[in-house]
Ligand binder design. Structure first.
Ligand SMILES: [Zn+2]
Ligand SMILES: [Zn+2]
Length: 142
């Protein structure tokens, strides 16, 4: 992932690859302990006691964690989930239970590679990134 251009709006010490700032670590720890994906405002509420008060602090941390591959954004839920094995190159598949809200991350590199290849074969489109989201019922809710 290319680094974003440095902005001068805030005096943030830049964390190098693999290094996390205090807020990044707080957000990541929270998501690692969460049972379900969390929305940004839920993260903000949970971290208030630790001194995180401004929404941009949470959004910046989430942007960095997503860019690092440590956290995924579940678009259909507008929420974030910690990656179960960060750094994987392949597009993850999320299985989202519509009843209990549990989300499981699955990986099937050959299947996803074939999907990506086929997406481009007749359209000329080159997939660079993505998240696959499948909705349904988990084993417990079935
Ligand atoms: Zn992942
Ligand atoms: Zn369920």
């Amino acid at each position: 992932m290319p680094d974003r251009p440095q902005t001068t709006q805030h005096a943030m010490t830049r964390a190098g690859p693999g290094r996390l700032g205090k807020n990044d670590r707080a957000v990541l720890d929270l998501l690692n302990d969460a049972d379900a994906p969390m929305r940004a405002y839920e993260i903000l509420d949970a971290l208030r006691p630790q001194g995180v008060r401004a929404p941009p602090q949470v959004y910046r941390a989430l942007n960095r964690l997503v860019a690092d591959g440590r956290v995924h954004r579940i678009d259909s839920l507008n929420a974030f989930i910690a990656c179960d094995h960060p750094g994987h190159p392949e597009i993850p598949i999320f299985l989202i239970c519509r009843t209990c809200g549990v989300v499981r991350e699955r990986h099937d590199p050959p299947l996803v590679a074939e999907m990506v290849r086929r997406c481009g074969s007749d359209t000329g489109f080159r997939v660079e990134e993505g998240v696959l989201e499948m909705r349904g019922l988990c084993q417990v809710c079935r």
